[in-house]
Design a protein around this ligand. Structure first.
Ligand code: NGQ
Ligand code: ZN
Length: 450
């Protein structure tokens, strides 16, 4: 049985020395500690994290929506730019961009992704003959890069609360309940060739699915995680109040069986009561701090939520900047700026980096319904740090994590193993050149559409 030897590794029980990770068919079978290896595969090994929320195609417009328009810019004007950008994307482009985004995720600390996949149809809105045309592309991108995939096909039927008609920019997303059932079936086949892929589903938001549709979906698709965007923007909270008399998270907790199966993406705008109820529900708050900052969403009440036992993970969402340590850093810095305090998402006496990393590992695993971490049964995924990096000098254990998250970031990543295979060496994915070359050709064409 193949073995990965690590001089130091972060296990669920804490840091361990002389760790031998035995794996077979991509999964960890057994872990031994206290074994010296002459030339270990890694000096400092961390578990890979999950990017629990990604729209991979949006990687293609990263940096292209940072010009101010004629009126005030907002999330909603960004969304118009995004709709224009996706208007030109072909099925081949979907795969090329997803493969590039997944490669970057692997190079930057993520070994699993929750792909919140809503770009289903052709540019004019006509369905493909194969409803999983794009889902197959995403599965192919995961296979090519080594990414652990939880595919979340998205149900999207309306343009606003109360079943409002969708607009032209949304025509590539739309299905009715029957169409969505066919998409789910085809998506299940699309990922069948990936040994560790998971299928969940995602009603896009309370704007895109009516209460009846939501209830039918939840009753019909009883396996796998349920993800939904919720309470990201103040306008969304106001519109929800006008429609239902309740705030989005309040409405969801009152009308759906929100529990450990659920992941509420963003959940930015919460009253103290909603925050406590969400923590009690056991659902994961799917935080996307870099995207939330980029889109001007607001700041999730993370410090209070953590203190109340709330579960969270992080996602790269728009993929405007991909970095696992970067998401954790932004999450903590948002709290510091809002609270004018330091070490806010932490617990007394503990390393903030360690608390953030442990919580995001557990929350990501729960939200993507896949075992993660350096434990038997999980995929053999490791992120190793460059032991000679000046930023890591003179420290050990949790101080490595603090320096990774707050100082060196993903530039400290050395090797990444995915399902036991070496996919990133010296910070570079084995397929980097080919994937980046193909991506560049696609983007040179698409950038012209903005
Ligand atoms: C999305 N993204 O579906 O890509 C959304 C924007 C919407 C984020 N919320 C569109 N970050 O929510 O309608
Ligand atoms: Zn999103």
């Amino acid at each position: 049985m193949p073995v990965l030897h690590c001089a130091h590794a972060l296990l669920p029980s804490g840091w361990a020395e002389g760790v031998a990770i035995h794996h077979a068919a991509g999964l960890i079978i057994r872990i031994e500690t206290g074994l010296e290896a002459a030339s270990p595969d890694a000096t400092i090994a961390l578990p890979g994290l999950a990017s629990l929320h990604s729209h991979s195609f949006q990687r293609g417009m990263a940096g292209l929506a940072e010009r101010r328009g004629t009126s005030e810019d907002s999330f909603w004007t960004w969304r118009e730019v995004m709709y224009r950008f996706l208007g030109e994307i072909t099925a081949e482009d979907v795969e090329t961009i997803a493969a590039f985004a997944f490669m970057e995720m692997l190079e930057r600390g993520f070994t699993a992704v929750g792909e919140f996949h809503y770009l289903h149809h052709q540019p004019d809105g006509t369905p493909y003959a194969n409803p999983a045309e794009h889902a197959e592309r995403i599965a192919a991108a995961a296979a090519r890069t080594g990414m652990g995939l939880t595919l979340l096909p998205v149900f999207y039927a309306h343009g606003g609360f109360g079943g409002q008609a969708p607009n032209a920019g949304q025509r590539r997303f739309l299905s009715d309940l029957d169409g969505f059932a066919r998409l789910m079936e085809a998506s299940r086949r699309a990922i069948a060739g990936l040994p560790d892929a998971v299928l969940g589903f995602a009603p896009h938001s309370l704007r895109a699915a009516t209460p009846d549709e939501l209830s039918t979906l939840v009753a019909t698709f009883t396996d796998g995680p349920v993800h939904i965007h919720v309470a990201e923007q103040v306008k969304e909270v106001q519109d929800c109040l006008a429609w239902s008399g309740q705030r989005p998270v309040e409405w969801l907790l009152a009308h759906q069986p929100v529990d450990e199966r659920w992941c509420l993406i963003h959940a930015t705008h919460l009253t103290a009561e909603e925050r406590r109820a969400l923590a009690r529900s056991g659902a994961v708050a799917g935080l996307c701090p870099i995207t939330e900052a980029n889109l001007g969403d607001g700041i999730f009440p993370g410090a209070d939520f953590l203190a109340e036992g709330g579960r969270f993970g992080v996602g790269t969402d728009s993929n405007v900047e991909i970095s696992a340590p970067g998401e954790l850093r932004m999450l903590e810095y948002g709290q510091r700026l809002a609270l004018r305090a330091r070490n806010a998402m932490s617990l007394p006496g503990l390393s903030t980096g360690r608390v953030l990393h442990d919580a995001a590992l557990a929350g990501g695993a729960q939200a993507l319904a896949r075992p993660m971490g350096i434990v038997p049964g999980a995929r053999a995924d490791l992120v190793t740090l460059r032991p000679d990096a000046p930023d890591l000098a003179g420290r050990s254990a949790d101080a490595w994590l603090d320096s990774y998250i707050f100082t060196g970031g993903h530039t400290l990543i050395d090797r990444v193993y995915a399902a036991g295979a070496l996919v990133v060496d010296k910070g570079r994915h084995q397929g980097h050149e080919a994937l980046a070359g193909a991506y560049r050709r696609v983007i040179e064409r698409l950038a012209g559409s903005l």
